[in-house]
Design a protein around this ligand. Structure first.
Ligand code: KIV
Ligand code: NA
Length: 294
């Protein structure tokens, strides 16, 4: 099967073909995303929130990220073995908070190598586009690691930003987001995520860059779109969690409802004795053994 590469993504942008990216955190979600023919599978540090119940992405550690990346790698491989028609997706691992911010860029490079060597990722993603961050991105690229950038709302900096809110909403702030994206392109990033910026800002950035932009809460004028698996599939249908699904996120399924129905039906069946019936009681003794036993 063919394999999606950084180069094929740039080619998609040039030809006006939209790029799709969805997060996955484990073996089954990776199989689903790969089987759907999504271009890029992102092992996002959003795993901290949607899978582990943390209020932010900050608690996610390097070791924990690698653990999830390894499972996703196996899921994508399995999906690819089962179906050779789809192009194999590009696998991107999110570098977590505190794994690439040190001034010593060797630390970031060493950590990035772990995503490639220990977890089978094709690329890593890091947040922010400051001069220092661009220097880190360049260090990784020079070390042979493909890097995806991420600007606009950068959730790892939530304590500094003051909340999950849109970025680049004034002319000056919009220019700053554009400058971040340009710096990351200059540093050698192959694509950049634009999170929670106004549509016209995302459009201007996409226009200014050669490399593709992948939007989330950034309107329809980016080179592609990314959504979080649990949010887009309605996994968290618990009323308390509704408020955490961002308003830009379309729900393409209501998995939470389906899961609840299944669980509640199992409970009813067990409590009434309807499960397991003959059909689900497959293990029988041979008649003579049975006579001896009973
Ligand atoms: O962690 C994540 O899911 C992400 C995407 C929202 C881009 O970084
Ligand atoms: Na992330």
């Amino acid at each position: 099967a063919t394999k999606i590469s950084a180069l094929s993504l740039t080619s998609k942008k040039r030809h006006g073909h939209k790029i799709t990216m969805v997060t996955a955190y484990d073996y089954p979600s990776a199989m689903h995303v790969a089987r759907a023919g999504i271009d890029i599978v992102l092992v996002g540090d959003s795993v901290a929130m949607v899978e582990l119940g943390h209020p932010t992405t900050q608690p996610m550690t390097l070791e924990a990220m690698l653990h999830h990346c390894q499972a996703v790698r196996r899921g994508v491989q399995q999906a690819n073995n089962n179906n050779h028609n789809n192009a194999e997706p590009l696998l991107v691992g999110d570098m977590p908070f505190a794994s690439y911010e040190y001034e010593d860029t060797d630390i970031a490079l060493r950590n990035a190598y772990r995503f490639i060597q220990e977890a089978g990722m094709d690329a890593v993603k890091l947040e922010g586009g400051s001069v220092a961050r661009a220097r880190t991105a360049r260090k990784l690229v020079e070390g042979g690691v493909a890097v995806m950038g991420h600007v606009g709302l950068t959730p790892q900096s939530i304590s500094v930003l003051g909340g999950f809110r849109a970025q680049g909403r004034t002319a000056i702030r919009a220019r700053a987001v554009l400058d971040d994206a340009l710096r990351l392109q200059d540093a050698g990033c192959f694509a950049v995520v634009l999170e929670c910026v106004p549509s016209n800002v995302a459009a201007a950035i996409t226009e200014s860059l050669e490399i593709p932009t992948i939007g989330i809460g950034a309107g329809n004028h980016t080179s592609g779109q990314v959504l979080v698996f649990h949010d887009m599939l309605g996994m968290t249908s618990h009323p308390h969690h509704e408020q955490f699904v961002p308003k830009f996120c379309k729900r393409y399924a209501q998995l939470g409802h389906i899961i609840q129905e299944g669980l509640q039906e199992f409970k009813r069946d067990v409590e009434s004795g309807a499960f397991p019936n003959e059909e689900y009681s497959p293990y029988q003794m041979k008649e003579n053994e049975r006579r001896d036993f009973e």
